[in-house]
Design a protein around this ligand. Structure first.
Ligand SMILES: O=C(O)C(=O)C[C@]1(C(=O)O)C=C[C@@H](O)C=C1
Length: 376
């Protein structure tokens, strides 16, 4: 197929790694959650269901591109917080859809995966924009897109620099009205023969009815899908969006349990149930925590550097302020059951590095003299 310079087939299939979760490896990755985020409680319950079932990623729409302008359009930022918080509570990753640059800017630092919905598959400017970020992207197949058009849409993202693209088959429009769309399972195999990218399947949007989700999910795994994106809602009859296709928590659990033997039968793996106590799962959790600690440290260093601009050289070191910070943190540490001694040992290093940065930027703005801590 022409022009698939980056999305086209390679000797090795790509595995998209995100915070210890590998999409496109041997393991089938289960992602679940409601179509739209509605409340803190709804997201908490959904996250628990997904975790209990062995899922790794929580989904939830906060910016909803709806067919009718009068349908629920999403909770926006308020919903984003519910999604992120619920995922954190259960140590899940989270994914949400963006519809334009503005919504991308709002979510990009908060979620683990960005979704481009079917209706935006050929929004080329948006594809280029998500191509310039450092976050994996789930690219849904357009409602009437051919596999070639879908792969060329992925090519836009890859060509803009972002190599972590996951394709998602979510059903296409056909003449058959008994399901909302027709799940094109042959597209999984076709796409995998043409491209190295991982492919997941969303049976919920394809079928539009919950009675078919279980069989379609199992069929998707047998067809070679690397993961499933399935809608579940604590109370589907009251869902503000896509209730008829959402599974109840019990149905979601039952389905997840049935995935294990299907995955086994095609030399893939899926483990039903919570797995937080294995060494591997705990290490993955530690990796995620360490990443966020470091991200916060980097943010602190940036702020401290900016503070330096507002101080004279003789004001850089402020022992009273350091004492104040330490006192507050030692008290907080006690509440959080972290030894105060640890805080007292770590913080002087952090203060010292900040002071060095501030002094350096004042004295040697143009120089690159090594600081004792190796910073610059
Ligand atoms: O509060 C300031 O004035 C800072 O520059 C920040 C900071 C810090 O790291 O928190 C750094 C140096 C000062 O000795 C006190 C505190």
């Amino acid at each position: 197929m022409k022009d698939l310079l980056l999305a086209g087939r390679k000797a090795e299939r790509s595995v998209v790694e995100v915070k210890g979760v590998s999409i496109g490896g041997r393991e089938i990755i289960l992602m679940g959650g409601p179509c739209a985020v509605e409340s803190r409680e709804q997201m908490s319950q959904s996250a628990k269901t997904v975790k209990d079932a062995g899922g790794k990623i929580l989904r939830g729409g906060v910016f909803k591109p709806r067919t009718s302008p009068y349908s629920f359009q999403g909770l926006g930022l308020e919903g984003l917080n519910y999604l992120v918080q619920a995922a954190k509570e259960q140590d899940l990753l989270c994914v949400t859809e963006v519809i334009d640059r503005q919504s991308l800017d709002l979510v990009v630092d908060k979620v683990d995966i960005i979704q481009i919905g079917a209706r935006n598959m050929q929004n080329f400017e948006l594809l280029k924009t998500v191509g310039s970020i450092n976050k994996p992207v789930i690219l849904k197949r357009g409602l009437s897109a051919t596999v070639e058009e879908w792969l060329l849409a992925a090519e836009y993202i890859l060509a803009s620099g972002n190599q972590r693209v996951i394709l998602c088959e979510r059903g296409i429009r056909t003449y058959e009205p008994s399901t909302r769309n027709t799940l094109d399972l042959s597209a999984v195999g076709v796409t995998k023969s043409l491209s190295h990218l991982p492919v997941i399947v969303d049976p919920s949007h394809a079928a539009g009815r919950r009675d078919l989700i279980s069989s379609l999910s199992k069929a998707a795994i047998a067809a070679g899908a690397d993961g499933l994106l399935i809608e579940t809602h604590p109370d589907p009859d009251r869902a503000s969006s896509d209730g008829p296709q959402s599974l109840t928590p019990e149905q979601f659990m039952a389905l997840a349990q049935e995935l294990e033997p299907v995955a086994d039968s095609v030399q893939r793996s899926f483990t039903f149930g919570r797995r937080e106590d294995t060494l591997e799962a705990l290490r993955a959790r530690i990796d995620r925590i360490d990443e966020s600690l470091l991200e916060k440290l980097a943010e602190r260093i940036q702020v401290v550097k900016r503070m330096g601009d507002q101080k004279r050289l003789d004001q850089v070191k402020d022992s009273n302020r350091q004492k104040e910070i330490l006192q507050r943190l030692v008290a907080l540490a006690a509440e959080l059951e972290v030894p105060g001694e640890l805080v007292k040992r770590i913080y002087p290093l952090i203060f010292e590095y900040g002071i060095q940065c501030q002094i350096k930027s004042k004295l040697f703005q143009e120089s690159d003299i090594e600081l004792p801590l190796g910073g610059r």
